[in-house]
Design a protein around this ligand. Structure first.
Ligand code: ATP
Ligand code: MG
Length: 201
């Protein structure tokens, strides 16, 4: 099904936010919604959209922050090729995390240089960027309640996640079509907000 005119340029939609903020839940709801409307939808995630090998390395071993960064970028480079392929076929891509996670976690969280990270991000994807980002904001108590067994990254200290959350809020201010949504509300209400924004574009 062809996309409505005004959405022709909005075909790569990413879901962002701190751990447990509701990204996977909302990305799935959104992908199902679009599929039910007859669109070709490719639901993917970072890390690990195209291969679980790098994801396993990232989530199960401790790395220096620089090694961690390059593993994320290597994973993103692989994923971007597949995303481009799907976009070329006319599909809408719905991604659970994207390059903004690197800015929030490795930049605001770990203190790596944000301008440099932005360059590396674009280098890793060969220039591909999401068209729209829905970012869910929750406090750290909600994050802790929702996250079950923690992987290596989820086990980082509280002040790290404080900075990551603030980073996402800053990204929403700095970027167009980067929408910050209250993720504490009920799943259906959060999804209602996603659809309201999507339909308004
Ligand atoms: N709005 C909500 N209200 C209450 N619980 C929620 C809400 N959204 C998601 N949850 C629950 O919180 C948990 C985490 O949600 P989800 O996996 O979607 O978050 P996530 O952002 O993908 O987390 P992660 O970064 O760990 O992958 C799940 O058990 C999910 O069912
Ligand atoms: Mg998830």
């Amino acid at each position: 099904m062809p996309l409505r005119n005004q959405k022709n340029s909005f075909r790569y939609i990413a879901f962002e936010g701190i751990d447990g903020s509701g990204k996977s839940t909302q990305a799935k709801l959104f992908a199902d919604y679009l599929e039910n409307k007859g669109f070709c939808v490719f639901l993917t995630k970072e890390p690990g959209g195209s291969t679980d090998k790098i994801r396993d390395l990232l989530l199960n071993y401790r790395w220096s922050k620089r090694a961690e960064l390059f593993l994320f970028l290597a994973d993103r480079a692989e994923n971007a090729r597949e995303i481009k392929n799907k976009l070329d076929k006319g599909c809408i891509v719905v991604s659970d995390r994207c390059m903004y996670s690197t800015i929030a976690y490795q930049g605001f969280g770990e203190g790596l240089d944000i301008d440099f990270l932005e360059e590396l991000n674009l280098f890793s994807t060969d220039g591909l960027k999401p068209d729209i980002v829905f970012c869910f904001d929750v406090d750290l108590e909600t994050m802790n309640e929702r996250v079950g067994k923690r992987d290596v990254i989820e086990s980082k200290p509280r002040d790290f996640f404080y900075r990551v959350r603030e980073g996402y809020r800053e990204l929403a201010k700095r970027n167009d079509r980067f929408f910050l949504i209250d993720g504490k509300k009920k799943k259906e209400e959060v999804f209602g907000e996603v659809l309201r924004i999507w339909e308004s574009l």
